[in-house]
Design a protein. Structure first.
Length: 176
């Protein structure tokens, strides 16, 4: 085996990315504090052709040097919008036909490995604050809750890791 050079990787250029059919998933970040997490999530969204990122509440927006440091240009490729009020955004997304899921630990949450997804639907996935998670108010307005199964001693994962796991899993199920 030989490690590939970047020039050997088949990747879209910015124009091709913008014109390419997107995965019917949008990411909603509500009150995310870490600029590095935000940048990392942009990069994950780019990797899986995510439709859009919605930045809500105290979540910082591009351009910002600390977002750029981990996004590595993905803020130019991935469409994004800022919404101060997440509740208004949820109503707007539902009105556009999205199924809105919070990613959180709740009663009756669907474990990610048990969620199949439907390639004919559009999904908005809400990820919350690094300490407090998704608020109960937002959970209550969601169509459902997805939970990442965890088996160790910790109660949570880093938000950028959580986004990566959920996006990869749902992307694979929708493309499969």
């Amino acid at each position: 085996m030989r490690k590939l050079e970047n020039s050997e990787l088949v990747r879209l250029n910015l124009k091709e990315f913008k014109e390419h059919k997107k995965t019917p998933i949008s990411i909603v970040l509500d009150d995310v504090r870490s600029l590095n997490n935000i940048g990392s999530i942009f990069r994950t969204a780019d990797a899986f052709l995510i439709e859009r990122i919605y930045l809500c509440g105290i979540t910082a927006t591009p351009p910002h040097k600390d977002i750029h440091k981990t996004a590595l240009g993905a803020t130019d490729s991935v469409a994004w919008e800022y919404h101060e009020d997440i509740m208004e955004l949820i109503r707007e997304l539902k009105g556009k036909g999205y199924e809105v899921f919070s990613v959180e630990q709740t009663e009756n949450a669907v474990m990610l490995n048990d969620f199949n997804g439907d390639a004919n639907k559009k999904y908005a996935l809400i990820f919350g604050n690094e300490v407090k998670g998704v608020s109960q108010t937002v959970v209550s307005q969601s169509d459902g809750v997805l939970e990442i199964p965890q088996y160790g001693t910790k109660h949570s994962l880093n938000i950028s890791v959580s986004v990566g796991i959920v996006i990869w899993d749902l992307w694979a199920k929708l493309k499969g």
